[in-house]
Design a protein around this ligand. Structure first.
Ligand SMILES: C[S@@+](CC[C@H](N)C(=O)[O-])C[C@H]1O[C@@H](n2cnc3c(N)ncnc32)[C@H](O)[C@@H]1O
Length: 364
């Protein structure tokens, strides 16, 4: 499952690539990845060990991979991996990057400078944060994720209705209340200690991947750690690529991923909503002979409008689209012509939307 960059001439999905992420990303084919989820080093700048009030040592992030000699060194590292990540993204691909107050502002500046276009920032509010043991500052109870498109004007995947469904029918907000990774989900080493100091909860990745990818998409995580992104991607039927430098984390991630079973395909379909339905112009009803030029449509007041050959209507000296003529007759700023106008068949008045549904059913 592990491979080195030189073996990676084609896109090596469902594998962990060992090495420096910027270097490995540069070896992969350009514009080949749908989504990058990055959880880079925080650059916590811990000068000494942290202790709880009763004296025990706090298991904080003081590993070599999180140490940089200066902010300038951290910025150079950030700009390097961001440029490599942007090159890998498809034109409508997106980046999600998570961080804390230590690094996220620097990462945000760097990604805008690199050409990414920020779409949202999401606050992950931790329902069970670690307390501030010394009582010197506020409890640090959240992390920030930035969601950015590769370019301004790009249209990355956004499964609006699926996220709304996850939130019991309410539009998904940009503040997510979720617990930190604990219990059976937390990977342990042979001595029972945490296998990784910053393992992310699967629930966080579940929401990101449901909202921003489709089954079969390629999801890459350049700071793979224990492989949380890969585990959720595999479960949800997405292809995944992990990049990680440390052998022990790669071993933990490989063991974890081997145990993940992909969900049945039938459970992976998500709510699509009206926006996902194909657009049908009214003129197509005329072209297809479902309505004849010269035929009359009626509105709820019984006023008639004549259908013209180009799919416009004329009524009481007003011409325009089904929406414009409806709005003018109602003296309203707008009107949904599809539900406003009906046609007559065998003495019955039938909404024109029925004909649109008929065409959509054929397209499906
Ligand atoms: C914040 S942790 C990611 C944790 C991961 N999201 C998880 O759930 O386990 C960052 C990871 O990036 C790795 N790392 C740091 N610098 C790297 C680099 N230049 N290339 C590849 N991996 C790197 C570290 O070894 C560490 O495992």
């Amino acid at each position: 499952m592990t491979t080195t960059p030189t073996e990676a001439a084609v896109l090596p999905t469902n594998r962990i690539l060992r090495g420096d992420c910027a270097e490995v990303m540069r070896s992969l084919p350009e514009a080949s990845v749908d989504l990058i989820f990055a959880d880079p080093p925080y650059n916590l700048q811990l000068r000494r060990d942290l202790h709880r009030p009763e004296g025990s040592r706090v298991d904080a992030v003081n590993d070599a991979w999180d140490s940089f000699s200066s902010f300038a060194a951290y910025d150079a590292f950030t700009r390097d991996w961001l440029a490599a990540a942007r090159r890998l993204l498809k034109p409508d691909g997106a980046l999600w990057v998570i961080g804390s107050y230590h690094n996220i502002f620097r990462v945000g500046t760097a990604l805008q400078d690199a050409g990414f276009w920020i779409l949202n920032d999401v606050i992950w509010r931790k329902s069970n944060p670690m307390p501030n043991f010394r009582g010197m500052r506020l409890t640090n109870a959240h992390e920030t994720m930035i969601w950015a498109a590769r370019d301004e004007g790009a249209r990355p995947t956004f499964n609006y209705d699926a996220l709304k469904a996850l939130n019991e029918g309410l539009q998904m907000r940009s503040d997510w209340l979720l617990p930190i990774c604990s219990g059976h989900e937390r990977l342990k080493d042979a001595k029972g200690a945490k296998a990784h100091p910053t393992q992310k909860p699967m629930a966080l990745l579940h929401r990101v991947l449901i909202g921003a990818t489709h089954p079969g998409d390629v999801v890459l995580d350049p700071f793979f750690g224990t492989g949380t992104t890969g585990a959720v991607a595999k479960m949800l039927g997405r292809r995944w690529i992990g990049i990680e430098r440390e052998e022990s984390y790669i071993a933990a991630a490989e063991a974890r991923l081997a145990k993940v079973r992909p969900l049945d395909r039938s459970t992976l379909e998500v709510s699509a909503g009206k926006r996902a339905q194909p657009r049908v112009p009214f003129g197509q009803l005329v072209e297809r002979g479902l309505l004849r030029p010269g035929e009359l449509l009626v509105n709820p007041r019984g006023q008639a409008a004549k259908v013209r050959v180009d799919g416009t209507l004329v009524a009481e000296g007003i011409t325009g689209s089904i929406h414009q003529v409806g709005a003018a007759l109602e003296k309203a700023p707008s009107c949904n012509g599809w539900t406003y106008w009906s046609f007559l068949r065998e003495g019955q008045s039938v909404p024109i939307d029925v004909l649109r549904q008929q065409i959509r059913a054929e397209l499906a």
